[in-house]
Ligand binder design. Sequence first.
Ligand code: GTP
Ligand code: MG
Length: 199
Amino acid sequence: MKITNAEFITSIAALPKYKEASSRYSCPEICVVGRSNVGKSTFINCVTGRKKLAKASVTPGRTRLINLFDLNRGTLVLADLPGYGYAAAPKTERKGWAQLIEEYLGSSEKLKRVFALVDLRHEPTVLDKQMLKYLYAYNIPFTVVATKADKLSKSQISAAVQTVSTALTVGRDDIIVFSGLNGTGKEAVEAVLDSVLEI
Ligand SMILES: Nc1nc2c(ncn2[C@@H]2O[C@H](COP(=O)(O)OP(=O)(O)OP(=O)(O)O)[C@@H](O)[C@H]2O)c(=O)[nH]1
Ligand SMILES: [Mg+2]
């Protein structure tokens, strides 16, 4: 599915507000998770074709709330989640986000797929691995998206995909190599959206 229309719905700081917001739509939901600064907001902007829809950060840890977006007028809802592992944030604040992310993932009945973003240039972190374990444990289907591919050469990309594949025990072919800068991987993401809508 190509996204031809995307609109901000609301921001959520606590689960009751999510429950209230999600009771107003019946379409499937997808979300984007990943460590702080990995490129979640940029991914959303690229896939929706709206440069400023999700606020991409100059300083990491910018997205502190769950932001909900309507895609193609009631076809899908997309949730932009706060990033995990932002060391510079106060501990209590980090705990709050972690709790919000966990509560959201554990309770959303409409959530059909998670796009789990990792930085293709780096070995996945302990927190990345924990996130995938969590998704397995809760039986939430996910797709690994390796971002910032534009920063690597072709041969570097191939080696990096292998590293991510091994670290996360995900097949090479199941990893979408992505760049929010030049649109690499956008079609593969659209194909995943099609599969979400077919369920
Ligand atoms: N070269 C390049 N830079 C990227 C890409 N994706 C994100 N960035 C840059 O990485 C930084 C963080 O991007 P964001 O999209 O704000 O990351 P985020 O995961 O939403 O961050 P938080 O909301 O803080 O968790 C910004 O400076 C982006 O411009 C990409 O595909 N290629
Ligand atoms: Mg963000």
